[in-house]
Design a protein around this ligand. Sequence first.
Ligand code: SF4
Length: 418
Amino acid sequence: MPSYRLNNLAVTIDREGSGSYAKASYPIRFGKYSEIRTPNYEFHLNLKGEIKFIRGLGMNWRHPGELLKRTDGNDWVYYSLGTVGGNIKGLLGEYYLPCLPYMSNSIWEFNPFTDMNIMQALGAWAQTYATLAETPLDGLPQPLREFVGLVISRHENALHAEAQALRDIGGERISVLPPDTRHVDYEVIPLMVADGCRYHCDFCCVKSPHRFQARPWENILGQLEQLKAFYGRNLSSYKALFLGNHDALAAGGELVCDGAAQAVEALGLVDAQVFLFASADSLLRVEDGFFERISQIAGRTYINLGLESVDQATLSGLGKPLTSAKVREAFQKMLEINRQYPNIEVTANFLLGERFSPEHYDSVSELLAGAPGSPSHKGCVYLSPLLESTRKPELLPTFRDIQSQSRLPAFIYLIQRL
Ligand code: SF4
């Protein structure tokens, strides 16, 4: 882990971060990274030399635990500790509220990108990049010369092109990640095993216009080859796989398991965490043997179900082609799988919104209040505010009411893209 001084910059190359993701109210970096420090800022870069995190060190920074993170989709997200007034962990299951630079369903309206100090932090990185780009490389120790060369090759246009290259591998942008990916700070490698979804619900703001279709095996192998080249040595900083897209399990348990197994091997993922979406139908229909097999492939598998409501009139009004009976059946199967398989966690989503009737909320509350408790805290439920809701903060008391009655952990779902 060599360290150098370069003008007013302290540079540490290839620092060893934590070996696992941890939940804490202060930043813990997973995997290997490099660091550049100025008197006022700390910049973390991944092993491809790309800027990844910025944290202010001075008095003007809102909180020493807050930071800016650049995603693989090239979005800057601000991780806030204090915006929602207190118990963020109780509301989101995490210590941080990710503040997104694009339209989402967040209940909180804090826009960090109008905060002068946060904008200055982004400007400070641009300034640091310019300093590095102007530094004569001759005469620098070789590791530092190579590092600076790598960083300056990752200019803004290159980062934009990288994000586009990642989308091109899968064929489209991932419009929403499963809420469970919060456990790995949304750092997942996307492998598409299917396109489209079966339901095309009227209310959905993230659906794809395509009809559902599983990807051919050759396509999956081709993606893996490209993903391996894309992440390069940075692969060691990932341990999670997202099997896309909106209903991967509908592609069949065999394809999901084959894809996950091939990815774990091809990408060298250790103790891999696998995330995917499923629907009530795909969960209820999945072949016998799927759960045994996937639990041997992955260190942990998270399957997220979009159930939305238990009330038939609400389901019909949402254009969700499910019966209330099927929602209950899928929910029971979720509970059963969570009991039976220690390293598989199925979670479910229900909706929040001003437009819903008391019957919707009563039916969800009643379902969750009647669930057997979860001593291991497995199998949480997410309450997702509808994007169209114009008075989202007013949904918080309803959420708290449902949460207080639920025997399963309940959190708010914040839609995030990759
Ligand atoms: S809610 Fe899920 S199933 Fe319905 S359209 Fe959206 S992605 Fe498809």
